[in-house]
Write a protein that binds this ligand. Structure first.
Ligand SMILES: [Zn+2]
Length: 378
């Protein structure tokens, strides 16, 4: 007996791939924005893995991985169910823009944060998209055992996993909450190991909340939904790298093996650099340009960097050195990706780096997080 799962108009059918639509929101022109739903189900019962992609319009790597992964051949040998949504932000994908034109905000910061909604007549109520994600989230929490959300970082950047920190409420049930969070963190670690790509931790807790990253697809799944989840980054977004696509498909199948959805040996992750500097790292946009100028990068994604190493030349528009003529790394770590272009204003980050991380992976929410006056009213 296999699990009965319906998402929108798609209903799982053992041994098949089913296709359907999940109605998300209405446009003023009378059109309905639906999210495409693909449900692949094996003939034997097993876990339910949610795979989501396309929440950022210029990031075409995730949908590509899903189209390559979901084959009849996979269904014939899998147990359990995959629910895939390859276009979480259809308007952004149509226009290749990060933000959809009908909700001018980063859509990957709109998932539920566990706070009660507070009506405030002076603030805009949640957009149709935020409401749509809230409804979809209910469905996801109802049926999903695990989640992977696929993204892209910079052009030419590494393929890597962003490990979410796991936050728990330090209320009267703090011990029990912490114990649950520890279980989630351990499962997340198992998923990361099975996937087998480079690993970089998310920002420290304060920055995490400040950037609303606790409202990303994977963080909401973990913190609010209790569903172990990962964000994976697949290098270049506007022209997916076939090697990263294959490595991500293999990594996803390895997570399925770990989860008991596929038999057989783990597949080797090949054709992409996998970087391990020997210490835990977190992502950081660094170094930043101190003066306006032309930046000529001296390092490439995957390079190990030590504090003080030159990572870029900086010149004026005539090509003459500005100051010392080089920008140095302030940290030990490695290069995830180079910022796009060569023309930089002061404060612009030159690299996406993974730098040494000494912050805990498990932490209580900040003390004032659930205070009523901090209720969300996006
Ligand atoms: Zn993204």
């Amino acid at each position: 007996m296999v699990q009965a799962i319906t998402v929108g108009t798609a209903t799982a059918k053992a041994g098949t791939i089913q296709y359907g639509r999940w109605d998300a929101l209405s446009h003023p022109t009378g059109h309905t924005e639906f999210l495409p739903v693909v449900i692949a189900q094996g003939r034997k019962d097993g876990p339910c893995l949610w795979l989501t992609a396309g929440i950022h319009g210029p990031e075409h790597g995730g949908p590509t991985v899903l189209y390559r992964l979901l084959t009849q051949e996979l269904v014939a040998r899998m147990q359990g169910t995959i629910v895939a949504i390859p276009a979480l932000n259809p308007a952004g994908l149509r226009t290749m823009s990060r933000e959809p034109y009908h909700a001018r905000t980063d859509p990957n910061r709109l998932w539920p944060d566990g706070k009660p909604h507070k009506d405030d007549p002076d603030k805009r109520p949640p957009t149709s998209l935020e409401q749509a994600y809230a409804h979809l989230f209910e469905k996801m929490v109802e049926v999903a055992d695990y989640l992977i959300d696929y993204h892209n970082a910079q052009t030419g950047s590494l393929s890597f996993v962003i490990r979410d920190r796991v936050l728990y409420r330090a209320d009267q049930h703090a011990e029990a909450n912490k114990a649950k969070a520890e279980v989630l963190l351990a499962k997340q670690e198992d998923m990361i190991r099975a996937y087998g790509h480079t690993v970089v931790n998310e920002f420290p807790v304060d920055k995490y909340i400040d950037e609303k990253l606790h409202r990303s697809t994977s963080a909401a799944a973990v913190f609010v939904g209790g569903v172990p989840g990962l964000t994976v980054e697949l290098g270049t977004g506007h022209m997916p790298d076939p090697a990263i696509t294959l490595a991500a498909v293999a990594g996803t199948r390895n997570i399925m093996r770990w989860a008991g959805m596929l038999d057989g040996e783990m597949e080797p992750i090949e054709g992409i650099p996998i970087v391990d500097p020997g210490f835990p790292t977190r992502r950081c946009s660094t170094p930043r340009a101190e003066q306006a100028g032309i930046v000529l990068h001296l390092v490439k994604p995957g390079d190990l960097v030590r504090q003080g190493d030159p990572v870029a030349e900086i010149r004026d528009v005539w090509g003459r050195p500005v100051g010392e003529g080089v920008v140095r790394s302030a940290f030990d770590g490695f290069v995830i990706g180079r910022s796009h272009g060569i023309y930089y204003y002061p404060g612009d980050p030159i690299l996406g780096m993974a730098i040494r991380d000494d912050q805990p992976l498990l932490a209580p929410y900040p003390a004032d997080f659930f205070k009523e006056d901090k209720a969300t009213s996006a």
